[in-house]
Design a protein around this ligand. Sequence first.
Ligand code: NAP
Length: 267
Amino acid sequence: MPDTERTTNTERVTNTERTTNTVGTQARGKVVAVTGASSGIGRATALALAERGAAVVLGARRAERVERLAARIRADGGRAIGVPTDVRRRADLVRLVEAAVTAFGRLDVLVSNAGIGPVSELGELRVDEWDDLIDVNLRGVLYGIAAALPVFRGQESGHLVTVASTAAYRTVPGQAVYSATKTAVRTVCEGLRQESGDVRVTVVSPGFVHTDFVHAVADPDARAALLARRDAIALDPAAIADAIAYAIAQPDRVDVNEIVVRPTAQR
Ligand SMILES: NC(=O)c1ccc[n+]([C@@H]2O[C@H](COP(=O)([O-])OP(=O)(O)OC[C@H]3O[C@@H](n4cnc5c(N)ncnc54)[C@H](OP(=O)(O)O)[C@@H]3O)[C@@H](O)[C@H]2O)c1
């Protein structure tokens, strides 16, 4: 796929280095729904998977963005549809999964990527932000599981990939609630893994990635500091997309449970 916006690790490696090419083989033909596909990691993941031959179902609130991305993938010969999705609404996740089954006959993978990350210390009492973090980052992932599991059970196979964060492993001042949601999501996924014999469960935890994520930080000084650090060290979202594609590409009996990907410079 010609894509000037996507300079991935994958594109940089040579054909010789890709002789095993398990990624290209195994993702091909899979049906993958991605939440938060309108920007950042979700968008990069949609492009990476479409490039590897998966059919992609793109969910986010900004409907025009996911539709434009789907149209571009189709124009490049891929298979894609956009579905307006707000992960705070359980019915929207059901609709996303149904759209995959209707358009492509099945759902092999749900990538629960949608997330928000406003940063503030607890003492600022931004209680509305706490509620939003729980609703999007935790409840949204649970609603995705609720929507996908019945389909996975019917197929006797499926794969839930959840984008958590290194904040699930270590919190810092200003990120207590964000970390709590990501830690909770990791725990939910581990529980799901233990309970589900035929569903693969993967948590991908990025460090700092160059996306719009930090724009949600309300405090101007904190936002400026984060933007400067992002521009200095953050990873291209394609690095996370490649990690997600790796997990999806494994044979059905291989369940990659956790992947942590940080910029080398991140402490
Ligand atoms: N960037 C980082 O440094 C970093 C680090 C660790 C983990 N992460 C995680 O990576 C994931 C993706 O973030 P990103 O960095 O790619 O940021 P981003 O560019 O801001 O993308 C966030 C995505 O989530 C979607 N979203 C937000 N609220 C939603 C809702 N209620 N319903 C549906 N979609 C919603 C947004 O789409 P709409 O606004 O169109 O709905 C957007 O597509 C998040 O889970 C985040 O926690 C990011």
